[in-house]
Structure formats: C-alpha cells, structure tokens
Design a protein around this ligand. Structure first.
Ligand code: ADP
Ligand code: MG
Length: 394
C-alpha cells in the first residue's frame, strides 16, 4: 500500500477523503470534534509540503438528497479554526462550479467539498461519480479509516481513476496498531467483546479464537452465552436462535485452552427504562420477569484482575446499557481497568467510543480507534475494501 510520505505532493491538487461525520446536538453544534482533529496531522503535513488541499467527507445519512442540516458548512468553520486557515466550502462535491473553484486553487488553499452522500452515486460506488471526483485531483489520499469498510465511490472506485492513490497518516496508524496487536502480540492477549448482539460480533469472535489467550464477554451478548450455559436469564435480550453457535464458540475456546470469562453477577431491572427498579443478582438468580442490563460489581472486579495481568487488550462493545446512568457502571469500570492496566490497549466501536469519551479516560488508552464498523471488520480478520482498492493500484 502506498503512503502519503512516498509521494511528491508539492504544487499538487491533493484529494483527501476524510471522515468528518461529527456528532451534532439539536442546535447543530458539534459536540465532539475528535474526528476532525484525528486528520490534522495529515492535513498539516500537506500544507507544510505546499500542496493544494481538496477535502471531502460525508455527514449523516441524507440518502442521496440535499439535506441542509447535513451540510459541511459548520465543519468547515471548525476545521478552519483548528488549521488557523480559511477553509473554502464548495457548494457541491462535483460539477462545473466545483471544477472551476478547484482550478483556481493556489498552494496552501483548503477547499472542503460538500457532503458526498448528497449523491446516491457515492453509496452505489458509481464509476462515473468516482471519476468526476478523481478528475479534481493529481493525488488521492484516503484518510477515512471509519468508512474504509464500505464499498463507496470516494474510498473504493475512485482509486481506479485517480493518477496516484495512497493512505494518509490516520489510516496508516489505525492499521498499524491493529496489526501490532494481532500479528506478534505481547501475551496474554485479551479480547473483550460486548455490545448488543452475538450476531453482529460472531465473525469477530470466530476470528479472535485464532489469536487470543483470553476472552471476556459482556453486554447483552453475555446473555446469550449465559443462556447456552443453561442459565435462566429471565426477560433479558437473548438470541435464542444462536444458542448452538454460542455453545460452539465456547467449546472451541475450551479446546484451544482459551480462558473464557462470563459475568458472574448482573444488574437487573424490571423494565428497559432508566427509572426502572434495579438490583444486583448473581447470574444464577435472575428473576424470571427481570432483565440483565449491565454486568455487576463482582464481575467488574473479576474482569479487572484479568486486565491487571494482560499485556495486550483489544476491546469492542460496551458491558451494559451505558446510555442509562443506572446501567453504565460496568462499562465505566471496564474503561478504568483498561486505563490502569500495563497492557497495550486498543479500543474501537461506535458505542464503545462514546462510552470511553464519557468516562474521560481517552488519553490513558493506548489507541482509541476512530472506526466502528471498520474496526469490527479488522477484528473479523478481513481486509477493508478501501484498503484493497488502494493496494490494487500499486
Ligand atoms: P459498538 O457500537 O461499540 O460496536 P454495539 O453497537 O455492539 O457496540 O453495542 C452497543 C449497544 O449495546 C448499546 O446501545 C447498549 O445499550 C447495548 N447493550 C449493552 N448491554 C446491553 C444489555 N445487557 N441489554 C440490552 N442492550 C445492551
Ligand atoms: Mg453500535
């Protein structure tokens, strides 16, 4: 895979595909600009190397139509402040006006194209659209790790048409950290898998079986494993149809001598509601009408002991319904255990990322990924389609 440092970008029009899909509140304020900050090293490098910067991103899910609330105008302002430079916003990402704007660019100029997903062709990985984007530039740089699991025009098809294609620093960093943890990890290597569904994470579980020394399970996933261990989990969410699959994963882990940790206690609630009555019970005593919404304190303590001994940790998926305060303690405790460990820790996942930010421990995690789906794809042991597209050009 070509990387930006291998390419002469002086005086060149360089197209940066980034992920500026930042969260906004109801007043359209950016609530977290980490995604913009994450690509600053790449953009600053390009400015230092006297390039012309064309920056492109998506925002939200406009489904191929212009949705004014999903314009990148506000993002341009924030980017301008962070770069301490004027950022010119294009009124679209392709078309005659954009071509004209780009043709007049001087070295050091920064143009932010409008939301790529205002065009359905982006999602459809359309060749004509990808070609139109590619024709804006001399060099194409993918620095959008978080979208690199998607087969979209601006990360996949575009590499067929751009004169040169390469990876930016963020994409390189994401891939390198993950590779470091998987190919020759310091052991014990512990994978912590939580979150909503076994079905979402099955590929990751199966691939991780080939690598890890220990598995730690939390979240609503754990219910399915407890259920297949023969426990009654009451009204907890269970994927009953995956009982056999979950059993097979545990059996495989046992055969490979992988330590497999399940919760020993849980926080149960009478309903799925932040105000619901809640209590802590051993997993053997989940009342029939109640549901498990978080791991319990004994489990947090048990898991923290495993973290203490770990040398490499990969974590995806919250331990409970962390969005509700009453069921957030297991996830927060997990963040602290990882932060306090001596391990190289790599954490990823859309909701997991939110949980880590909420706990204020971002700086004590070795590497917090900017990817959700892309991170999970790496955990599944697959090559990201956008990375394959970059590789195909070299
Ligand atoms: P990520 O986005 O980090 O990959 P997931 O999307 O798989 O994580 O899972 C996060 C979701 O799982 C959260 O919305 C959380 O509320 C939910 N969740 C976690 N534990 C439970 C539980 N015990 N019961 C119901 N939902 C849960
Ligand atoms: Mg999620």
């Amino acid at each position: 895979m070509k990387v930006i440092q291998d390419i002469d970008i002086k005086d060149k029009k360089v197209f940066f595909r980034v992920d500026f899909n930042v969260p906004l509140d109801e007043l359209q304020n950016i609530t977290d600009d980490s995604r913009i900050r994450a690509v600053l090293p790449t953009l600053r490098y390009a400015l230092d190397h006297q390039a012309k910067l064309i920056v492109a991103s998506h925002m939200g899910r406009p489904r191929g139509k212009v949705v004014p609330e999903l314009s990148l105008g506000l993002v341009a302002k924030r980017l301008g402040r962070l770069l301490e430079k004027e950022v010119i916003v294009a009124n679209d990402c392709v078309g005659p006006e954009v071509n004209q704007l780009v043709s007049k660019m001087k070295v050091g100029d920064v143009v932010l194209l409008e939301n790529l997903r205002f065009h359905q062709e982006e999602i459809n990985n359309d060749d004509t659209f990808a070609k139109a984007l590619a024709e804006l530039c001399d060099v194409y740089i993918n620095d959008a790790f978080a979208v690199s699991h998607r087969i979209n025009a601006s990360v996949a098809a575009i590499t067929k048409f751009a004169p040169v294609s390469a990876a930016g620093f963020l994409l390189q960093k994401e891939l390198n950290y993950f590779e470091q943890a998987m190919s020759a990890p310091m052991r014990p290597l512990v994978a912590i898998i939580g979150g909503a569904k076994v079905s979402d994470k099955l590929g990751a579980l199966e691939n991780m079986l080939e690598h890890v020394d220990k598995f730690i399970i939390g979240g609503s996933m754990a219910n399915t494993f407890l259920y297949c261990s023969g426990l009654d989990v009451g009204k907890s969410t269970v994927e009953a149809d995956l009982k056999d699959v979950a059993c097979a994963v545990m059996k495989m882990a046992a055969e490979k001598n992988i330590k497999f940790y399940l919760p020993v206690d849980v926080v149960v609630a009478s309903r799925f509601d932040p105000k619901a009555e809640a209590k802590i019970v051993p997993v053997q005593e989940i009342p029939p009408e109640w549901m498990a919404l978080d791991i319990g304190p004994a489990t947090s303590l048990l898991y923290s002991e495993v973290m203490y001994d770990a040398k490499t940790i990969i974590w995806n998926g919250p331990m409970g319904v962390f969005e509700m305060d009453a069921f957030s303690r297991g996830t927060t405790a997990m963040v602290h255990s990882i932060a306090n460990s001596y391990a190289l820790s790599i954490v990823g996942g859309g909701d997991t990322d939110v949980a880590v930010h909420k706990s204020g421990e971002t700086s004590r995690i070795t590497y917090l990924s900017t990817g959700g789906g892309a991170f999970l794809t790496l955990m599944e042991g697959k090559t990201l389609p956008a990375v394959a597209a970059l590789n195909a050009t070299t």
